[in-house]
Design a binder for this molecule. Structure first.
Ligand SMILES: Nc1ncnc2c1ncn2[C@@H]1O[C@H](COP(=O)(O)OP(=O)(O)OP(=O)(O)O)[C@@H](O)[C@H]1O
Length: 250
């Protein structure tokens, strides 16, 4: 049995009077690759905000790496890559090296200079995502998919054990999305657990080891086969509208 690294117990969350999450029991085990899916407004972003400690649960409790979230200080253990990460304009004045070095800020503080060891870590992270030949390139000159890789490198530089990715393949063409999933599998093999928010159910059932379906409450949390065996009616009930799942053949 793998170690539990995230445990949410009976968590509810309200924005004022509006309930976004209701009685969520959800856990992440070390080595998991979880696809978090659900309709618009289903609470996916809210769940991530809770895990990142940006908002506090209205009810219930959250433990990260065996500690209550309010005591959890090892922020480097959780990396986050937002959906907006890959929307830099051309000419944005930062190189790949600089963007990835910024991922060390929590370790370095804003004013300490990186050491030779830090530089090596930055280079290794960029290399790991296959972007070393763009090391000195301006981030704005890269494609959306390449920028996304750079932001993964920025998250990797502080050695996270859990990587949370929000819609990482939006705007990325099919071929590059496949390569991107190859990269995620490689990271997952190195014991980095992944929580990936996506609307692309077909791709997720192909790649993830577990699927979690969120629509205010957690409607399903299990393996992709069980998920695929859910009837169309069950899925449509959960989404609140008829659903057509596209399965991707590989
Ligand atoms: N800052 C906020 N203030 C008030 N209500 C909010 C706020 N943020 C989100 N909500 C509401 O909480 C619910 C859950 O929103 P959330 O953004 O978590 O969903 P989501 O699953 O990430 O949606 P999407 O797939 O559209 O990004 C929605 O009803 C939303 O309108």
């Amino acid at each position: 049995m793998n170690k539990t690294i995230v445990e949410m117990s009976d968590v509810s969350f309200y924005y004022g009077d509006r309930q976004a999450l209701s009685h969520i029991d959800f856990s992440i085990q070390q080595g998991d690759f979880i696809g978090l899916i659900g309709p618009n407004g289903g609470g996916k972003t809210t769940l991530i905000k809770l895990l990142l400690g940006l908002v506090k649960p209205t009810n219930g409790k959250i433990e990260l790496f065996d500690q209550p979230i309010r005591k959890f200080k090892e922020k480097n253990k959780i990396g986050y890559v937002s959906q907006k990460a890959n929307s830099f304009n051309r000419g944005f004045p930062a190189t790949v090296e600089e963007v990835v070095t910024a991922g060390l800020t929590s370790k370095l503080g804003y004013f300490k200079r990186p050491t030779a060891y830090d530089h090596e870590k930055v280079f290794q992270a960029v290399d790991k995502v296959g972007m070393s030949s763009y090391f000195k390139e301006n981030i704005g000159n890269l494609s959306g998919g390449q920028q996304q890789r750079v932001f993964i490198a920025r998250a990797l530089v502080s050695d996270p054990q859990l990587l949370i990715l929000d819609e990482p393949t939006v705007g990325v063409d099919a071929e590059n999305a496949d390569k991107f999933f190859d990269l995620l599998h490689e990271l997952n093999q190195q014991q980095i657990s992944l929580l990936l928010v996506t609307h692309d159910i077909g791709t997720m059932t192909h790649h993830a080891s577990k699927i979690a379906c969120l629509n205010k409450s957690l409607h399903f949390h299990g393996n992709p086969n069980e998920f695929n065996n859910m009837s169309k009616d069950q899925l449509s009930d959960f989404y609140g509208h008829p659903l057509h799942v596209v399965t991707h053949e590989h």
